[in-house]
Design a protein around this ligand. Structure first.
Ligand SMILES: Cc1ncc(COP(=O)(O)O)c(C=O)c1O
Length: 381
């Protein structure tokens, strides 16, 4: 039998040969979109801290106070002793923001999707997933044991075709999509997806990891489609909210079932109180400062306008380069100019579409956005 090290070594060599090996690069995130890496200060266009709230004085103070008062960790599953009252407070606020009856907080967004999806779909059920949906939606679908089929990206016609062909005779059908696509920055047609789900007796799950806090005055991508029925509204506390953790907003009964059945609630330690306190402080800011929530998209639009690209729909703008090698080289050139724009390679994105994924933040200076646009113009010329 091959030794474990030989197996790992062969895998690493194969990844190196295709420029697909990933390595960790210790990075200190400082204030105002600045990071420190290898002793250099860079302006980051790769963080998802869209509102720079992870460094906001009130958010930091809330986290510090909760850690000092209640400890650094939750110590147990929420169902044992890990359900600090701050988690319940946070759930009420999230439900209010999303306009749902209730919410359930998870240890992360990844844990939310991998807990929620298997709670509502299982063997014998059908899950239809947008082909570009986030890896944790696919992981949740796989864990559920349900038959899972991809539909073409944002293609309502393809979803309809699949529902017509595959829905009958199946107990439950779930349609899952990102609200804002994490590597493309475009938005799912949630109104049309919801309509199709209603027509074909399917439940819709939307992952708003990149929409909450930055679209529709902070309420997220679903709020761009008033009236669309999205019974499972998932999101994360780890991006615009500047904290860590995930959530599912839905009806009281949906949330009650998650709290007794979702394996990532039952068998995982609760969210640390400091993360909940930070998210609560961020929600105060988001709800009271709509102008702040609009800034990341405005900066992304200024960038796409400067380059003559289609107008940004979210704070994420992809610049597709092609091969992994070329994307790495483009990223290195920007880094030499003082900008951190990490190259995104397969399997995170489809083969041949390695890219610079540019994430805009309220903290970016307009002059830096324009300078980056000039550099990217040269790269893609
Ligand atoms: C669309 C999407 N869903 C879910 C997640 C996972 O969220 P978290 O980082 O909180 O685990 C991410 C982020 O990595 C994401 O981009």
């Amino acid at each position: 039998m091959q030794s474990l090290d030989a197996f790992a070594g062969d895998k690493l060599t194969a990844l190196d040969a295709k420029s697909l090996r990933r390595t960790l690069k210790p990075t200190r995130r400082l204030e105002g979109a600045v990071v420190e890496r290898d002793g250099r200060r860079l302006i980051s266009f790769s963080c998802n801290d869209y509102l720079d709230l992870s460094h906001h004085p009130a958010v930091r103070a809330a986290a510090a106070e909760a850690a000092l008062n209640y400890g650094a960790g939750a110590a147990a599953s929420r169902l044992v002793t890990g359900d600090h009252p701050l988690l319940g407070d946070l759930e009420k606020r999230l439900a209010r923001l999303k306009g749902t009856q209730a919410a359930c907080v998870f240890g992360s967004g990844y844990l939310a999707n991998t807990g929620v999806i298997p709670t509502f779909a299982g063997p014998g059920d059908l899950i239809l997933v947008d082909e570009l949906a986030h890896a944790c939606i696919w992981a949740g679908a796989k864990l559920s044991g349900a038959r899972t089929i991809a539909f073409k990206h944002n293609d309502v016609g393809d979803l309809e075709r699949l529902l017509k062909a595959e829905r009958s005779g199946v107990r439950h059908a779930l349609v899952a999509t990102d609200g804002v696509f994490s590597m493309d920055g475009d938005i799912a047609p949630l109104d049309q997806l919801a309509k199709l789900c209603a027509e074909h007796d399917a439940w819709l799950l939307s992952d708003d990891a990149h929409g909450v806090g930055v679209l529709a005055e902070g309420r997220g991508s679903a709020a761009l489609f008033p009236g669309a029925d999205i019974p499972l509204q998932m999101g994360t506390l780890s991006k615009a909210l500047g904290s860590y953790g995930g959530y599912l907003c839905g009806s009281q009964k949906v949330v009650d079932l998650l709290k007794t059945r979702a394996r990532t609630v039952v068998y995982a330690t609760g969210l640390p109180p400091a993360s909940a306190a930070a998210a609560l402080a961020s929600l105060d800011i988001i709800e009271s400062q709509p102008a702040l929530t609009a800034l990341p998209l405005a900066k992304a639009r200024a960038f796409t306008d400067a380059l003559g690209l289609p107008p940004a729909q979210s704070p994420i703008v992809p610049v597709v380069i092609g091969s992994a090698e070329a994307a790495l080289a483009a990223s290195a050139r920007l880094e030499a100019e003082g900008f951190l724009v990490v190259a995104i390679r397969p399997p995170t994105v489809p083969e041949g579409t390695a890219r610079l994924r540019i994430a805009f933040s309220a903290a970016h200076a307009d002059a830096d956005v324009m300078r980056l646009a000039e550099l990217v113009r040269d790269l893609i010329a």
